[in-house]
Ligand binder design. Structure first.
Ligand code: 13P
Length: 249
């Protein structure tokens, strides 16, 4: 049985004070049977780590450099994230890919850096609306995963999480239906199995894209959906905790 994960991606939101308040509210209401992660902006990590002390809630970052140090202005390296208390790092979010030019190679290199540094990547894949409508969903997702396998080998996901986030469902209020999401999750697990059978059964595959307290339970009930990566609904503790409860079993 895979332990579900609900991870809150806070994106570029909040002040240090509001991040601390949100973290404390979440930490104060433990949810059993689900791994709960929050991912604030990098400059709030240290503060949020203190707010989460003595709680089961884990800390994640929203990105990491491919390099461990050096002349890479504006980047944050994995060893630095580890020092701030991070256990997880989101890699390859569609906003990084589409708005900041991170291509498949860059995402794969960042993924490898996270693993090398002993943290756990949450690797995002997903198709645009145009790609879905032209029938290319599976090939797009496969190509995004393949870049990681090419660089890190067949057991790349032995200690990693995958998040399927259809780009058209992110921040739009348009969720993939549970069947639409399950179809892609099943495909992803099958593709991982083609590389490493044991790994495929263990890897947790999260769904992301307009998950909220009203649709979470139906999505999480699907066989290959092991929780969620939550944007908007992760910014209110009540909504986020309700989504966490929907994943708990
Ligand atoms: P929303 O939940 O706001 O659609 O965002 C999803 C997301 O991008 C999480 O990484």
């Amino acid at each position: 049985m895979r332990l579900p994960i609900v991870a809150g991606n806070w994106k570029l939101n909040g002040s240090r004070a509001s991040a601390s308040t949100l973290a404390r509210e979440i930490a104060a209401q433990p949810v059993a049977g689900v791994e709960v992660i929050v991912c604030p902006v990098a400059v709030h990590l240290d503060a949020v780590a203190r707010d989460l002390e003595n709680s089961a809630v884990k800390l994640g970052a929203q990105n990491a450099a491919a390099q461990d140090s050096g002349a890479f202005t504006g980047e944050v390296a994995v060893p630095m994230l580890a020092e701030s208390g991070c256990e997880y790092v989101i890699i390859g979010h569609s906003e990084r890919r589409s708005l900041f030019g991170e291509d498949e190679k860059s995402c794969a290199e960042r993924f490898a850096a996270v693993v090398r540094g002993g943290l756990i990547p949450i690797f995002c894949v997903g198709e645009s609306l145009e790609q879905r409508e032209s029938g290319n969903t599976m090939s797009v997702v496969q190509q995004q995963l393949q870049a990681v396998f090419d660089l890190s080998g067949a057991s790349a996901f032995s200690n990693a999480v995958i998040a399927y986030e259809p780009v058209w469902a992110i921040g739009t209020g348009k969720t993939a239906s549970p069947d639409q999401a399950q179809e892609v999750h099943q495909f992803i697990r099958g593709f991982v199995a083609g590389q490493d059978q044991a790994n495929a059964q263990a890897v947790r595959i999260l769904y992301g894209g307009s998950v909220n307290p009203g649709n979470a339970a139906e999505l999480f009930a699907k066989a290959d959906i092991d929780g969620g990566l939550i944007g908007g609904a992760a910014l209110k503790s009540e909504d986020f905790l309700s989504v966490c409860n929907a994943a708990s079993h």
